[in-house]
Ligand binder design. Sequence first.
Ligand SMILES: Nc1nc2c(c(=O)[nH]1)N[C@H]1C(S)=C(S)[C@@H](COP(=O)(O)O)O[C@H]1N2
Ligand SMILES: [Mo]
Length: 369
Amino acid sequence: MNRKQLAWIHHIHATVLILLLLTGISLYVSFFRTLFNEWKIPLVAIHIVIAIFYIGIMLISIYQAFLYGKKRAPIKKFNIWLFVLLFSLWLSSGILMYFQHLVPVWVRNNSVIIHDWSTWIVIPWILIHGYGHLFNVRIPWPNWWRGRKQVPDWISENKLGRRDITKSLLLFLVFLFLGGWIRWISPILSIPENEEKRRGYFRIYNVTNDYPRYEEEDWKVAIEDLNQVREELTMKDMRKLPWYSIVDDFHCVTGWSVRGVELRGIYLKNLLEPYYANHPNDIYVTVYSGDELYYDSFTISQLLDEEAMLIFELDGLPLKRSQGFPCRLYHPNMYGYKSVKWVTRIQLTAGREQGYWQTNGDYDLDGYL
Ligand SMILES: Nc1nc2c(c(=O)[nH]1)N[C@H]1C(S)=C(S)[C@@H](COP(=O)(O)O)O[C@H]1N2
Ligand SMILES: [Mo]
């Protein structure tokens, strides 16, 4: 690999890294994550595809970069080593995040922390380094650090297309913010039109990478009674029970709400009747999501006496896949996190289980509004 090729690799590395940062930060900031979700843009998948490019570039160039850096100034060695380190951290934590459902919770949580923090480290570095390159500014590093020699020509002349790259990145950001702004402002603008009208929108929350996929015909919910006798019910069984609509406000603890949502489904008291009939008040119910990660628990009376429901339709339409199709729990007096999506298992227990957010966060077990 000659210098020209190395220079190209340097360009591509910068571009790919910036794309990774933009998609990564959009995933990190829940506002953008939601926005892309709403636009049906699979941001995680895009981030991973770019990451695979990045892995390729690193693998192709790392050895050459070491050869190049061998007799160079400390700053060059530092840069190369920094990226080898970051690359390893990103790669290993990224793989663990991707396979999060296969690893213990503490591993999952720590890999997220590592992925985030290694990213925060690189941002100031990129700003300084990028500034130097794009505007051809020599950053006044001390001589011992930069090495005495001049920056080689092929780096200082490395201005190829820099304007275009900056411009398109800026445009990208402008559109991102504009789009987000319009998305935020439009529900607010529609308030005076009709006080009854639904306001706000669902930020899709999901602790896994993917939405479980069900067809109505093959979806089942398993109900386990205290004796661990298990019965599976299908959508047909659900349709045999009476369906009701309620109009209610949906609140997430993180602060967003959707007002006046029409929810349609069955009351859990109608569903669970045959299973709890001769059991006392102090039994509990754990509701599991088909994503095999998310679940939460209730006292039986919270489900029976407080009109908790299994929801199949939202605003007159079947739930969207992102919203738990075909079935999610809904408790009218509790926060959104109690509303387990993609319900596939309901288990009666003698003792109370801790749910996903009680185990992985400090959310209240009862979650009353
Ligand atoms: N299976 C599953 N259900 C879930 C979650 C989740 O991550 N996985 N998030 C919960 C949280 S914190 C909230 S606020 C609501 C969000 O509902 P929405 O994604 O339909 O907006 O779903 C709840 N149900
Ligand atoms: Mo939430």
